[in-house]
Design a protein around this ligand. Sequence first.
Ligand code: RTP
Ligand code: MG
Length: 141
Amino acid sequence: MAIERTLSIIKPDAVAKNVIGQIYSRFEGAGLKVIAARMMHLSRNDAEAFYGVHRERPFFKDLVEFMISGPVMVQALEGEGAILKNRDLMGATDPKKAAAGTIRADFADSIDANAVHGSDAPETAAVEIAFFFPGMSIHSR
Ligand code: RTP
Ligand code: MG
């Protein structure tokens, strides 16, 4: 399988629970390398733009409010099949449906406060990485 990059966000609930390191350990344990990272508090504009594909969905307003409720940790991950591998580590969107041992099963409280984001396809990964890491701050290794 090809080496890919994907965009990951540790959401405000997981940052507040102080589990950034535990989540990074899961990335590392699966062979995913952190090649760029920044902690930030998203503006409303950032959150609305980032989740723009969901603008017409009933949960959009709650999603934006949640994503701006506290700081997030944003990282680009690199590795073999990184996009699917990260989605597998994350588990299902609704933590009640997430497989045992996944990040969402272990750290998420609800479908709204669900601990992590991960890109869902190569095209979205490229757009999302460029959104948070424009320019020179990526270190392929
Ligand atoms: P994400 O984009 O955050 O990685 O999550 P995902 O791919 O697993 O889920 P997606 O369909 O892209 O939805 C984005 C976020 O919106 C919230 N959501 N709520 N109430 C609902 O039915 C509902 N559906 C989605 C979730 O917080 C989800 O992470
Ligand atoms: Mg998604």
